[in-house]
Design a protein around this ligand. Structure first.
Ligand code: KG4
Ligand code: ZN
Length: 338
């Protein structure tokens, strides 16, 4: 079965074809294309919703053609279309939803609206044979930070979440304060690689309490640290130390909450997903901490951690396998709980 996936919830136009017959029936990505609008929004310091929608509209058809070319298939070989139904920017969501729903109608195949965070959650399972339900999932993206117990496709129990900012947002704001370009996460991580993570002590809000997170205090602490530290705008060593200390504070918080969630649920398997799960410090810290308790951590390759069409195609495939059928309406939900 070949499922086309369309991701247009924010500033990436991602298209991919998931083929369940690849890799001896384990399934895999037949082809994918991704267009990032980073440059378009760079001058504004953040995503401008109206510009995002217009650009998705401009890119969807040419990217679809490019995808078919890359995959070496005809559009009539597509068995189903999955699109991101929410959460996200309403105008941006509508472009992918309308394109996907209309294409499916024309081809006479089913269309499925997918939850963006379910796409992230299932991405580490794509083509993998060493990850299985049940597991605890840490979802860490630009808009969300949450812990979920996953017992199967669509069977998710909410364990905790950020009461204010998301971890990715905190990376992006820190990058901005350090004068690094958007998206901040990878740039902060790069700068942090040469710094000393013990150079500055940053707070870890709500560390010893429950499974919720709070990152807004950390953002303020980074702001004050930059303001109060001489040469924080010019000395490469000082800047790297600030980045490393910040990253350590976030990673330490995420790791401790994951360990607590595993203990609370009695599970021995953790899946991390979303843009921040591409962070190599986070991966390494979880690997070593979880090994101590006989648990394992699983994650997707970096290109499947950040927004992409393949995760939507795969989530659509899983939903179809579970018997979901959507009607002919074009459905978009800008705010939507998992
Ligand atoms: O999942 P995603 O692509 O989009 C949303 O659904 O939000 O996540 C984007 C977020 C951004 O905040 C970005 O700075 C962060 O993920 N990110 C990272 C890294 N790569 C992306 N944060 C830390 N380290 C990284 N290597
Ligand atoms: Zn995302």
């Amino acid at each position: 079965m070949k499922v086309l996936g369309l991701e247009t919830s924010c500033d990436e136009t991602g298209l991919a074809i998931y083929d369940s017959e690849l890799n001896g029936g384990k399934g895999g990505v037949l082809a994918q294309v991704l267009y990032s609008q980073i440059e378009l929004h760079a001058t504004y310091g953040g995503v401008v919703p109206e510009l995002a929608s217009r650009d998705h509209i401009r890119k969807l058809v040419p990217l679809f053609d490019e995808l078919l070319d890359k995959a070496g298939v005809d559009k009539h070989d597509i068995d189903a279309v999955a699109y991101t139904k929410g959460p996200g920017l309403i105008g941006a969501l509508m472009t992918g939803a309308l394109f996907g729903r209309t294409l499916a109608y024309g081809l006479g195949v089913p269309a499925i609206g997918v939850h963006h965070m379910e796409g992230h959650l299932l991405a580490p399972l794509l083509g993998a044979d060493d990850v299985a339900f049940p597991f605890v999932c840490l979802l860490v993206s630009g808009g969300h930070t949450m812990l979920v117990r996953a017992d199967g496709v669509g069977r998710y129990e909410h364990l905790g979440e950020s009461i204010d900012d998301a971890a990715g947002e905190c990376f992006d704001k820190t990058a901005k304060m350090l004068g690094l370009p958007y998206p901040g996460g990878p740039n902060v991580a790069k700068l942090a690689a040469t710094g000393d993570k013990h150079a500055y002590e940053l707070p870890r809000p709500m560390l010893h309490k429950g499974l919720d997170f709070s990152f807004s205090g950390m953002k303020t602490a980074v702001h004050n640290l930059i303001k109060d530290t001489p040469n924080s705008d010019s000395d490469p060593k000082v800047r790297a130390d600030i980045a490393a200390s910040f990253q350590y504070a976030v990673v330490d918080t995420l790791v401790k909450k994951c360990v607590r969630a595993l203990k609370q649920t009695g599970l021995k398997r953790l899946v991390i997903a979303g843009g921040v799960s591409a962070n190599s410090e986070l991966r390494a810290a979880l690997e070593s901490e979880l090994a101590k308790m006989g648990a394992q951590v699983h994650y997707a390759p970096p290109e499947l951690c950040t927004d992409n069409g393949a995760m939507i195609a795969y989530a659509g495939f899983c939903r179809l396998q579970a018997g979901q059928q959507d009607d002919l309406s074009v459905a978009c939900v800008p705010r939507w709980d998992l």
